[in-house]
Design a protein around this ligand. Structure first.
Ligand code: AP5
Length: 208
């Protein structure tokens, strides 16, 4: 099953994707995670992407689309992919449809995790992530509750960058809600509830 997780920065897409992977074994394809790894490794893609990410702007479509195309052709994508943070523009959405059509594995659902922007700023400025296992937590986690690894704050989780990311979301990504509604793939979940309640609705919506 191929699904897109849609939603504003900090809506909880990564948190829900990790739970789906733990319980249902699909591939978690987070374009943000792939880009952060490229920045860390100082690959040509990472060097090009860094300034956009630091500002909270979108990395150019052609770079993202090539990165995703390469990743979904790998064998481990055959078990189904959870697209997290992709697509983010109409161009990316059309490219994804055409690539999945070529692979004969179309999208089954687009799940919108819906959270108001007032909640988001607080969530993102207090988010902390485990350097070792990628667990997503908050500033209440002194160390990772899963593996005791070091928790760090993402460079783009400061208030100014978060504000820009929210503006970019409204302008470039929110229109995809209508795109997927028009294809009859959209499911909307209220993401402003405890993680496990949101997850229960995601699982029910996907029929898992
Ligand atoms: P990316 O890494 O994709 O960031 P994002 O979309 O801004 O999303 P986040 O990872 O910030 O949020 P999330 O929804 O996954 O929330 P999370 O589960 O972590 O992108 C980063 C940058 O890369 C972009 O700005 C851009 O520059 C570039 N980029 C990436 N993809 C791109 C693309 N396709 N095209 C162009 N550029 C691209 O949760 C957040 C916090 O809330 C955590 O602390 C968590 O513990 C907490 N939380 C989660 N759920 C709940 C809940 N139900 N209740 C209370 N707290 C919760």
């Amino acid at each position: 099953m191929n699904i897109v997780l849609l939603g504003a920065p900090g809506a909880g897409k990564g948190t829900q994707a990790k739970k789906l992977v733990e319980n249902h074994g699909m591939l978690h394809l987070s374009t943000g995670d792939l880009l952060r790894a490229a920045v860390k490794d100082q690959t040509p893609l990472g060097i090009k992407a860094k300034s956009y990410m630091d500002a909270g702007d979108l990395v150019p479509d052609e770079l993202i689309i090539n990165m995703v195309k390469e990743r979904i052709q790998a064998d481990d994508a055959k078990k189904g992919v959870i697209f997290d943070g992709f697509p983010r523009t109409a161009t990316q959405a059309v490219a994804l449809d055409s690539e999945l059509a070529e692979l004969g594995q179309p999208l089954q659902h687009a799940v919108l995790v819906d959270v108001k922007s007032e909640v988001i700023v607080k969530r993102l400025t207090s988010r902390r992530t485990c350097r070792d296992c990628g667990y997503i937590g908050t500033d209440a986690d002194a160390s990772c509750p899963k593996c005791s690894g070091e928790m760090y704050q993402r460079d783009d989780d400061n208030e100014a960058t978060v504000t820009n990311r929210l503006n970019v979301y409204e302008t470039s990504t929110a229109p995809l809600i209508d795109y997927y509604r028009g294809k009859d793939l959209l499911v909307t979940i209220d993401g402003d509830r405890p993680v496990d309640e949101v997850y229960a609705d995601v699982v029910a919506a996907l029929g898992l």
